[in-house]
Each structure stands twice: as structure tokens, then as C-alpha cells.
Design a protein around this ligand. Structure first.
Ligand SMILES: Cc1cc2nc3c(=O)[nH]c(=O)nc-3n(C[C@H](O)[C@H](O)[C@H](O)COP(=O)(O)O)c2cc1C
Length: 221
């Protein structure tokens, strides 16, 4: 697959086929992801994969905690405390666009919560991935890890797979640590659902838009 096609075909997949992903395919994607650049080549990322029984037991525990309203204390602020108007507008467009595709009305809070709950079963994906950032680097390190994550997502598309990044898992740092044993010098950034996209799933009919060139870029000659 051409790189440009992988870039264009990637989107957040929120409905997966009940089809296993070969462990070798997962390893291949992760081996490609590490080719991402990082300042001084420090590679401040760690990747933890759960599949099979390990995935199922984590999902079962996460869902029971969600249903009991017992989230962990977040290790970083997922959302800004002050949301500027442009942020709110984009957040609403992304959220309501997805709900519309799923037939969830704006005032249907139960339906919205149910969709949010699906994060903790990886939207039905057979593979869950967790990404941590080494704490030593501070904010600059998160950018480096972002390069790796996007490379991973593009490598997945190349294998006919889909991904959804999930900061929802930032609500469960202790639970995830219990299951994957990430180090004290790492901070859990996000999860990633990985699997074969269910093209017929209503959630997957939704695509986000992007700003026009002049609204985010400027060429000065
Ligand atoms: C770091 C990160 C965390 C995200 N967390 C979630 C999440 O918890 N749940 C979810 O449904 N989507 C999540 N998303 C997906 C974004 O909503 C999505 O990338 C954005 O709306 C653009 O849509 P696209 O990925 O389809 O191009 C996350 C994206 C990123 C980059």
C-alpha cells in the first residue's frame, strides 16, 4: 500500500469483526512503529499488548468498575479545564457526528454513556494496546510518542486492520498497571483498539472533517 493511501484510509474504527489478529501481524506492526523519529533517538515509549484471555480479563474488570462508577484517579488531565470555543466546537462536531451515525439523539444521555462504555471493551476489537510515555522527558516526550502511535496506526492500515486511539483508558491507570505491569517511571497515555474493521458497523460510516489549508497553515516566501 502507498503511504498516502494508508494516511487517507486511516480513521477511528469503533466496530470490529469477531476475527482474531495473528500475533505475528501484531508484532510486525509494532516493529514498524518503532521506526518513528524521536529527539536524540530517545524512544521514550513502551507498548503493552493484551489479547486472548489477558484481554478478556482486563475488559471484564474494567466494565465492572465502569458500571460501579469506580474509575481510577487520572494521572494527567485528558481534557483542558478551560475549553476555548474552537475546542468546544470541534469536540461537539466529533461527538455529535458519531452519535448521529449511531442513531443516538443529542439528549439521549444513556445512549451516549453506553457508547462511551464500549471504549472499555475496545469496541469489540480482539487486541488492546497500551502506550506509555517515560516520565523523564516531560511534555516534549509526548510528541515523540505521538509519532510512534501514528506510525503504528498506518502500519495497521497496511495490514487491512483498523485502530481507535483511546484516551478513555487514562481513567484506569491502576487497573491497566495491574494487568500489564508498566513501570513506575512510565505514565499511561492511551489505549488502542486493534482489529479488522466491521465495514457495516454504523459507527464506521462516520468520518471527521479537517480545517481548510489557510486555517492552519501559512507559506511565507
Ligand atoms: C490520543 C487520542 C485519544 C483518543 N481517545 C479516544 C477515545 O477514548 N475514544 C474514542 O472513541 N476516540 C478517541 N480518539 C479518537 C478521536 O476522536 C479521533 O481521532 C478524531 O475525532 C479524528 O477522527 P479520525 O481518527 O476518525 O480521523 C482519540 C484520538 C487520539 C489522538
Amino acid at each position: 500500500m502507498e503511504v498516502v493511501d494508508a494516511i487517507k484510509n486511516r480513521y477511528s474504527v469503533r466496530g470490529f469483526l469477531n476475527k482474531e489478529v495473528e500475533k505475528d501481524t501484531v508484532k510486525k506492526i509494532i516493529e514498524l512503529a518503532k521506526m518513528a523519529p524521536s529527539g536524540v533517538n530517545c524512544q521514550p515509549w513502551k507498548i503493552y499488548v493484551v489479547m486472548g484471555d489477558a484481554r478478556d480479563s482486563l475488559v471484564a474488570e474494567a466494565l465492572s468498575k465502569v458500571d460501579a462508577g469506580k474509575m481510577d484517579k487520572e494521572e494527567y488531565a485528558v481534557y483542558p479545564s478551560e475549553r476555548p470555543d474552537w475546542y468546544k466546537a470541534r469536540q461537539r462536531a466529533a461527538g455529535f457526528g458519531l452519535y448521529k451515525a449511531l442513531g443516538i439523539e443529542r439528549d439521549d444521555m444513556a445512549g451516549r454513556l453506553e457508547q462511551g462504555r464500549k471504549n472499555y471493551e475496545f469496541f469489540g476489537a480482539p487486541v488492546g494496546i497500551f502506550i506509555t510515555v517515560n516520565k523523564a522527558l516531560g511534555s516534549n516526550g509526548w510528541g515523540y510518542v505521538g509519532h510512534m502511535v501514528q506510525t503504528l496506526c498506518l502500519a495497521a492500515v497496511n495490514e487491512g486492520l483498523g485502530t481507535c486511539l483511546q484516551e478513555a483508558w487514562a481513567g484506569f491507570p491502576q487497573l491497566v498497571r495491574k494487568h500489564v505491569d508498566y513501570g513506575d517511571d512510565e505514565i499511561l497515555w492511551c489505549g488502542i483498539a486493534l482489529g479488522y474493521p466491521d465495514e457495516k458497523h454504523r459507527a464506521n460510516s462516520f468520518r471527521t472533517d479537517r480545517e481548510d489549508f489557510d486555517n492552519y497553515a501559512k507559506i511565507i516566501e
